[in-house]
Write a protein that binds this ligand. Structure first.
Ligand SMILES: Cc1cc2nc3c(=O)[nH]c(=O)nc-3n(C[C@H](O)[C@H](O)[C@H](O)COP(=O)(O)OP(=O)(O)OC[C@H]3O[C@@H](n4cnc5c(N)ncnc54)[C@H](O)[C@@H]3O)c2cc1C
Length: 342
């Protein structure tokens, strides 16, 4: 007689955790998901989903959730206020706010019979059946600050505008209706002060992006959407020994040079079969975790390596100048880089 199907517990209801939960529920695997917060909620994120294939979204069973989302095709790059490059994306990117997306995914998971426990903070322990998808690990000392706010009434020069400043950057990407997401990642600086969106504008000024700051100050700003995050480390997150980790909890690719949301979906896709095999009794937990790690390494090694080299370089003066020079002279290898990082 076949044994009972074992349950999977997921800690973290962001993109990786919810996508895995949905895909497992579609295979009738019992899933309990603990999310420390609740839905809907704004998150610090560029909300520009680039590099994920339709096939991955289909396999996860979430493609339908993006049916009404924007499809972005054009980008314009600016260095210190000067436009340097226009490019068409080799494949369209998706524009949807995390406020809408995470809530949709949570609803889908619940609708499929998943047990969602919000305001429930899990503990990272290497135990059988637990997948840790709780995002980046908190770091006491961190040099980075991520800030985001939604604005309206900003005429866009392309579907995505990327503005590179002295020690940080800001992306502008339309999401629902008239809303444009303004999201930046900056090196923290003492003495840059402000509350809510004023802090974001102050960081733009401190990074030499004065015109952009003026332009955004004139827009209608939804202060309730303002969120900020610090205390995180880019790259490998050094999880507890033996913990089964997924998404940012495993590795956080620098957002300027990588597609963290796409990687969260792809990581969930990689986890479905090992987790389902464990649930069905076809594999032990240790075997399933080893198989997942092998899949994640194979899938992300090249991207993480390329991003680790590029990110610090592009946020230094020499990197910015090289970016501007290669872009202006037509030598910027945009499409090859796009493919290396996807
Ligand atoms: C400034 C910035 C801009 C970015 N822009 C983009 C972009 O434009 N495009 C892109 O592709 N990626 C972008 N990213 C990266 C992207 O946001 C992440 O890679 C993606 O959200 C990772 O998904 P995840 O599910 O692994 O983690 P998260 O989405 O962070 O989800 C983790 C979840 O776990 C919950 N949680 C935390 N601790 C616990 C606990 N103990 N118990 C239970 N639940 C817990 C959290 O509340 C959260 O809901 C950006 C990141 C930053 C910082």
């Amino acid at each position: 007689m076949a044994g009972a199907v074992k349950a999977i517990t997921i800690a973290g209801g962001g993109l990786a955790g919810l996508a895995l939960g949905i895909a497992l529920r579609r295979r009738d695997v019992p899933v309990v998901l603990h999310e420390a917060g609740s839905y809907p909620r704004h998150r610090v994120c560029g909300e520009f989903i680039n590099g994920v294939s339709e096939a991955t979204l289909e396999r996860l069973g979430i493609a339908g959730l993006f049916a009404d989302a924007r499809r972005h095709r054009s980008t314009r790059w600016f260095v210190e206020g000067e436009p340097i490059y226009d490019a068409e994306l080799p494949e369209p990117a998706i524009g949807l706010s995390r406020y809408v997306l995470d809530e949709r995914m949570a609803g889908e998971f619940g609708g499929l019979g998943g047990e969602l426990r919000t305001k429930s903070r899990a503990r990272p322990e290497a135990r059988e059946g637990l997948v840790w998808a709780a995002g980046r690990r908190a770091e006491r000392e961190s040099g980075w600050l991520g800030l985001k706010v939604h604005v309206e009434g900003v005429p866009m020069e392309a579907d995505l505008e990327m503005h590179v400043g002295e020690a940080g950057y800001l992306g502008l990407a339309p999401v629902e209706g008239e809303r444009v997401n303004a999201c930046g990642l900056f090196r923290r600086r003492d003495g840059v002060k402000g509350k809510g969106a004023d802090l974001l504008w102050a960081y733009l000024e401190a990074n030499g992006l004065h015109q952009l700051a003026d332009r955004l100050r004139e827009a209608r700003c939804d202060e309730r959407s303002f969120t900020g995050v610090s205390a995180f480390r880019l790259g490998r997150q050094d999880p507890e020994d033996g913990l089964c980790v997924l998404g940012d909890a495993e590795s956080m690719i620098p957002p300027f040079t990588g597609n963290g949301m796409s990687m969260a979906f792809e990581a969930a896709e990689a986890a479905v079969q090992p987790a389902a095999d464990y649930a069905a009794g076809a594999a032990g937990w240790d075997e399933a975790v080893m198989e997942l790690r092998r899949r994640l390494r194979r899938r992300f090694r090249r991207r993480l390596f390329t991003a680790r080299l590029l990110h610090p370089f592009l946020l230094r003066a020499a990197g910015r100048h090289a970016l501007a020079l290669t872009a202006r002279t037509g030598l910027l290898p945009f499409t090859p880089l796009f493919r290396l990082l996807r």
